[in-house]
Design a protein around this ligand. Structure first.
Ligand SMILES: *[C@@H]1O[C@H](CO)[C@@H](O)[C@H](O)[C@H]1NC(C)=O
Ligand SMILES: *[C@@H]1O[C@H](CO)[C@@H](O)[C@H](O)[C@H]1NC(C)=O
Ligand SMILES: *[C@@H]1O[C@H](CO)[C@@H](O)[C@H](O)[C@H]1NC(C)=O
Ligand SMILES: *[C@@H]1O[C@H](CO)[C@@H](O)[C@H](O)[C@H]1NC(C)=O
Length: 299
């Protein structure tokens, strides 16, 4: 009974918190292809690897008041950042210190560039950095996306060096993803830092930036996005997510439901046992129920 009294209110509070979060999800990987290259995979891959104009315009309607800060995420589906070959293809030493630039043993096949010099940052994770971009406007006024402070502070301060600059990056025959500005140290390349914290599951969201303005109900937001990243060769989905947060984080009913289930089960059992006790009571510690008293002599 005590467990149910504690858990059920927590469950209700968590569900309320989760219901308060406003989340807008826009899936765009198919809609952002030109009509004539949507029908099969080869066409899609050809388009995305080709030179054409990848700009795409989307409109989003805000359903409810959204309180700042509004977090902008990209969500990828069917992208296995947890694959063993992939997750190990990085060099933490190299990311941390300029003097370890040639520590690229773990990074194959993205270890040394075409000129034989080490790639910084090396490895498949950095190579495949997400490169779609989004810009937002409302009533033709730009909504500024703040990209500072989107990564973990400890990563910026301890894991990515202030004296490490990108070198020979994305200079091979096959482009994997975004280019890095080689005049900015890794500790300030927050998109990379976010990307390098690999996701445990094949469907994941990563923070793109923050909009530090409230959005009103029925606001129409114009998104100009550049659809660069190739998820077509593995049939991955791409989604743009705008979300507010509550004290519990993003929109997720799981915690509330889990608390309610456990609390409810405990309540049910407590009631059931109470009823059983009232209907068919039994004296506590009655020695006559002991097996050797019930059937003396062991027969
Ligand atoms: C790409 O197309 C958009 C409109 O679809 C246009 O505004 C933009 O200027 C084009 N960009 C280039 C580089 O041609
Ligand atoms: C990084 O190390 C290389 C050689 O090891 C040196 O030439 C370069 O000046 C260093 N860069 C910085 C920013 O310390
Ligand atoms: C890429 O490689 C070419 C030729 O090896 C070189 O001229 C160019 O400067 C390199 N670019 C970067 C960004 O390192
Ligand atoms: C973006 O990444 C894809 C690979 O996923 C690559 O083919 C494309 O050239 C990149 N484009 C830009 C603008 O970085």
């Amino acid at each position: 009974m005590l467990v149910s009294i504690i858990f059920i209110p927590i469950g209700v509070a968590s569900l309320y918190a989760s219901r308060d979060v406003v989340e807008i999800i826009d899936r765009y990987e198919t809609d952002c292809l030109p009509e004539n290259s949507r029908s099969n995979k080869d066409q899609k891959v050809q388009y995305i690897q080709g030179p054409g104009n990848k700009t795409c315009s989307r409109t989003i309607r805000v359903p409810k008041h959204m309180k700042k800060p509004i977090y902008v995420y990209y969500q990828l589906d069917n992208f296995y950042q947890n694959h063993r070959r992939y997750v190990k293809s990085r060099s933490d030493e190299q990311l941390r210190k300029n003097s370890s630039a040639s520590d690229v043993d773990a990074c194959k096949p993205e270890d040394n560039g075409v000129n034989g010099l080490p790639i910084v940052p090396c490895g498949l994770i950095a190579w495949s950095l997400f490169n779609d971009t989004y810009t937002f406007s409302r009533n033709s006024q730009k909504l500024v996306v703040n990209k500072k402070g989107i990564s973990w502070k400890s990563d910026r301060e301890h894991k990515f060096g202030k004296d490490v600059y990108p070198k020979n990056f994305q200079n091979g025959t096959l482009r994997g993803g975004k280019l890095l500005d080689s005049s900015i140290p890794l500790s300030e390349q927050e998109d990379l830092i976010v990307w390098m914290r690999t996701a445990a599951l094949p469907t994941f969201r990563k923070l793109y930036g923050k909009i530090e303005e409230d959005l009103q109900p029925n606001d129409v937001i114009q998104v100009i996005l550049e659809n660069n990243y190739n998820t077509y060769s593995f049939s991955g989905k791409k989604k743009l997510v705008l979300s507010t947060t509550s004290w519990l984080g993003g929109k997720n009913d799981f915690l509330g439901i889990a608390y309610l289930t456990v609390g409810g089960l405990c309540f049910f059992l407590a009631v059931a046992f109470t009823v059983v006790y009232l209907v068919k009571p039994r004296q506590l510690g009655d020695p006559s129920y002991l097996s050797w008293n019930r059937n003396p002599g062991g027969h």
